[in-house]
Design a protein around this ligand. Structure first.
Ligand code: C2E
Ligand code: CA
Ligand code: CA
Ligand code: CA
Length: 276
């Protein structure tokens, strides 16, 4: 039973039992999801804005739940992060992406992006684990980009930096995700071995209507370029936004205007149509 420490005396707290029981059941469901093959790899294309050609894809997880249907990541990723299950999930995603590399190459994808969490950055064995998976699939680190948010780095910057240096030295490309939503300065981020910056979709989606958002997008692109970074805009929802980004010399774009995230087979069909 759950006991709560109150100045020496142990008091029974039923709410703790209920909460931990729920946590346990969700966690065992999530573990089973892997065993039962209920997790799905979805892919969303990234295009080169100057040429319109597909250049990459972001790997995004979905949970095909037998009763609840297709569960979006925001409903279980935060939980997976809390419980540490995310580390297993990350390795699963890398494995799926590595297995899909040949098929992705036929769809013009030269590099696949995978999201890392704080927990991954705190794991000093992550670089070895990734190398082991890639080795089994005869995949190259250069074919992978690892996306990290500023907040994941800021949890423990020294440790994150050590892991990132390891990953970069082994050939993985590193990207700062959701840029603009955290508090870190580019001055700090440039110390890290990153080569790409992804502007958060909230600014990109707002740039037609809000001059403030448009200013943030423009100045981020200029600053990133001055630091030698590739800039990706996510949340490209329509042609008008794509044109604005083209005018601002943004390098790459990702968003519903090109395609929503798709399973591999559909991604392949989409890419065939996009090329003609
Ligand atoms: P994120 O890494 O920022 O991924 C981009 C999210 O924006 C995706 O949502 C994508 O579907 C959505 N998106 C892309 N283009 C557009 C657009 O034009 N309009 C709008 N409204 N949305 C767009 P998704 O797949 O639901 O993922 C949400 C978040 O869950 C991700 O945000 C990421 O933080 C997390 N996530 C997803 N898969 C994984 C994973 O395998 N590992 C980890 N650690 N996190 C993941
Ligand atoms: Ca991402
Ligand atoms: Ca993002
Ligand atoms: Ca995000």
């Amino acid at each position: 039973a759950a006991k709560r420490q109150t100045g020496g005396a142990q008091v029974y707290d039923p709410s703790v039992d209920t909460a931990s029981a729920q946590t346990l059941s969700l966690l065992s469901e999530l573990r089973r999801a892997v065993d039962r093959d209920e997790l799905r790899l979805y892919l969303q294309p990234k295009i080169d804005i100057a040429t319109g050609v597909v250049c990459g894809a972001e790997a995004l997880v979905r949970w095909q739940h037998p009763e609840r249907g297709l569960v979006p990541p925001l409903q279980f990723i935060p939980f997976a992060e809390q419980t540490g299950f995310i580390r297993q999930l990350t390795l699963w995603m890398v494995e799926q992406a590595a297995a899909a590399q040949a098929a992705l190459a036929r769809a013009n994808v030269r590099r696949v992006s995978v999201n890392l969490s704080t927990r991954d950055l705190m794991d000093q064995e992550l670089p070895d684990k990734l190398d082991e998976i890639l080795h089994r699939h005869r995949a190259k680190a250069e074919g992978f980009c690892l996306e990290i948010t500023e907040s994941a780095i800021m949890d423990d910057p020294a440790r994150a930096e050590a892991t990132l240096n390891q990953l970069a030295s082994r050939g993985y490309k590193l990207s700062i995700d959701d840029y603009g939503t955290g508090y870190s300065s580019l001055a700090y981020l440039r110390r890290l071995p990153v080569s790409e910056l992804k502007i958060d979709k909230s600014f990109v989606m707002g740039m037609e209507r809000s001059s403030g958002d448009a200013t943030i997008v423009r100045s981020t692109i200029d600053l990133a370029h001055n630091l030698g970074l590739t800039v990706v805009a996510e949340g490209v929802e329509n042609e008008a936004i794509l044109k604005l980004l083209h005018g601002l010399k943004c390098d790459e774009g990702q968003g519903y205007h090109m395609s929503k995230p798709l399973p591999l087979a559909q991604f392949h069909d989409w890419a065939q149509r996009w090329q003609v």
